[in-house]
Design a protein around this ligand. Structure first.
Ligand code: SF4
Length: 445
C-alpha cells in the first residue's frame, strides 16, 4: 500500500516520522535495509556499487543527482529506478529533509543549488505520479491535496505560486475566488450552468488528475522553497549539524561536477562561444535593425534578449537541457555586460520610437528576462529572482510577432530561432566558412 509519504514530505505523518527518527547522528550510517530495497527494485542497475545509496545522506544527494542527469543523453533510468519505488518512502522522507536542510544551511535561497533542489523535488513528484497504479494514483492525489489544505482554497492563497509562475491563474477553475478541485465540488458549483455537455466529462477535461497533480507538485515545490529559506534564515542562530554541513559539501561538489561535465570539451557547442551574426535567422536580423512600435517591446525584451544571451552563452540549451544560470557560464557577468546587453540596447535604440525613451521600464524587464529580477542592470546578488528565458518558438513568433518572421530555406527544418542558429553555424563550418562551434543538432525545444 502506497502512503502519501511517497509524494508529500510535508504531511503530518511525514513530519512525525522525521521527529521520531531523532538526532541526525545516523544519517551517514550504512543501512542494509535501504540497500536491500534499492537492490531489489525492479529494473535497478546493480552492476556498479556507486549507484547504490548506502545511507540517508547518500540518498539525499542521489535525489539531486537524478535530476541533474535525467535530461542528458547518457542517462539510464535503471541507475535510479529505486527513486520511483514506494518501498523507499520512509528513507526518502528523511533524505528530503537532509537535502533541504543542507541546502538552506550553506546556500542562499536564490542560489542555483536551492533552485535545483526545489525543481528536483517537483520533478520527482511528477515522475512518481506517473508510475503509480491508477487506483493508488487517485487515492494518493486526494489524500495529498487534503493534507496540503486544498479543501476551501482561495486563489489568493496561491499568490506566491502564481507570482513565481509555478502555476498560472488560467490553469485554475475558480468560483468567486474559490479554487474548484474536487469532482463533487465542481458538480455542485457548475452543474446547473452547464448546458450541452456532460459535467463529468467537462470536469475531466478542465481539472482531472493532470491539474491536481500539477498543483500538488507546485505546492510542494513552494513549501520546499520556503523551508530552505527558513533554514537559511536560522543558520546564524542555530549551528547546523556537522553532518548536514557535510551533506551540503556533497551537494556543492555534485552540482559543480555536473556543470563541469557540461562545460567540458566533450560537449563541443555547450559553453560560451563567439557570436556569429551571419548565422542569425531572418527574425533576429530584422529585430536588430530596429522594430516599429507594435511588435517592438516583445521583439526586444522577449525575443532578442533571450536569443542573444543563449546564442552567446548556451547555444545548446535545447539539446543539453541542463538547468543553468547566466553566471554559470559568465561568472563575472563581463560577457553579459560588455557584449550581450550592448547588442540588445543598440537594437532597442534603433526602434521607432526608441524603446527606452518611450518605455524606460523595459530596461528592467530585459534584466528580468536574463534571470536577475526587475532591476536596472544584472547584478550577482539578484540572480535567481526571475527565470532566464529561453527563446520563444517559431510557432509563437508567427502568432505574436508575425511581421518579424520571413522564413528562408533553413527555417523549414527548425522550430526555434536558436536551432536555426546552430544549424546555420554547422552548415557554415562544413562549408569552410566558419570555425565556431555549431552542431547538426536535432531541433528539440
Ligand atoms: S521560421 Fe522561425 S527562425 Fe525562421 S524567421 Fe520565422 S521565426 Fe525566425
Amino acid at each position: 500500500m502506497v502512503s502519501s509519504l511517497f509524494i508529500n514530505p510535508f504531511s503530518e505523518d511525514a513530519r512525525e516520522f522525521v521527529r521520531n527518527y531523532g538526532a541526525l547522528d545516523r544519517i551517514a550510517d550504512t543501512s542494509e535495509e535501504l540497500q536491500e530495497i534499492v537492490k531489489h527494485t525492479d529494473g535497478q542497475n546493480i552492476d556498479d556499487n556507486s549507484l547504490i545509496p548506502g545511507s540517508i545522506m547518500e540518498l539525499a544527494v542521489k535525489r539531486l543527482e537524478w535530476y541533474l542527469k535525467r535530461e542528458k543523453r547518457e542517462f539510464n533510468h535503471g541507475d535510479y529506478a529505486y527513486l520511483l519505488n514506494p518501498e523507499i518512502q520512509e528513507y526518502d522522507v528523511l533524505a528530503f529533509y537532509v537535502l533541504a536542510q543542507a541546502t538552506g544551511a550553506k546556500f542562499r535561497p536564490v542560489s542555483r543549488e536551492a533552485r535545483l533542489v526545489v525543481e528536483s523535488t517537483g520533478a520527482l513528484i511528477e515522475e512518481r505520479f506517473r508510475v503509480l497504479r491508477e487506483g493508488d494514483r487517485d487515492e494518493i492525489t486526494g489524500r495529498v491535496l487534503h493534507e496540503l489544505g486544498s479543501g476551501d482554497l482561495r486563489w489568493i492563497e496561491l499568490e506566491e505560486l502564481l507570482r513565481t509562475r509555478k502555476l498560472k491563474l488560467t490553469d485554475l477553475i475558480l468560483d468567486r475566488g474559490r479554487v474548484i478541485i474536487e469532482g463533487d465540488d465542481f458538480m455542485e458549483t457548475f452543474q446547473d450552468r452547464i448546458r450541452d455537455r456532460r459535467p463529468e466529462r467537462l470536469y475531466q477535461l478542465l481539472v482531472g488528475s493532470g491539474l491536481k497533480e500539477t498543483m500538488i507538485s507546485r505546492m510542494i515545490m513552494q513549501r520546499t522553497e520556503d523551508y530552505i529559506a527558513r533554514v537559511h534564515e536560522m543558520r546564524s542562530r542555530v549551528q547546523p549539524h556537522p553532518l548536514i554541513l557535510e551533506a551540503a559539501e556533497l551537494i556543492a561538489s555534485r552540482v559543480s561536477e555536473e556543470m563541469f561535465a557540461f562545460t567540458g570539451t566533450s560537449v563541443k557547442s555547450a559553453g560560451p562561444g563567439k557570436l556569429v551574426p551571419e548565422a542569425f535567422p531572418p527574425c533576429i536580423k530584422g529585430t536588430m535593425e530596429g522594430v516599429k512600435s507594435g511588435s517592438r517591446n516583445d521583439a526586444i525584451v522577449l525575443l532578442l534578449t533571450s536569443f542573444i544571451s543563449y546564442a552567446r552563452l548556451y547555444p545548446s540549451v535545447f539539446r543539453d537541457r541542463t538547468p543553468m544560470k547566466v553566471s554559470d557560464l559568465d561568472p563575472d557577468l563581463r560577457i553579459t555586460r560588455e557584449e550581450i546587453l550592448p547588442i540588445i540596447y543598440d537594437a532597442a535604440e534603433k526602434c521607432e520610437p526608441p524603446l527606452f525613451e518611450d518605455d524606460p521600464q523595459e530596461k528592467l524587464n530585459i534584466t528580468a528576462k536574463l534571470g536577475f529580477g526587475v532591476h536596472e542592470e544584472p547584478a550577482p546578488e539578484n540572480e535567481g529572482e526571475s527565470r532566464w528565458y529561453t527563446p520563444m518558438s517559431c510557432e509563437k513568433i508567427k502568432i505574436h510577432l508575425p511581421d518579424l518572421c520571413h522564413p528562408d530555406r533553413i527555417c523549414a527544418r527548425i522550430t526555434n530561432p536558436l536551432s536555426y542558429y546552430n544549424r546555420m553555424r554547422w552548415i557554415m563550418k562544413s562549408e569552410g566558412k566558419g570555425d565556431e562551434g555549431g552542431d547538426e543538432e536535432k531541433d528539440s525545444e
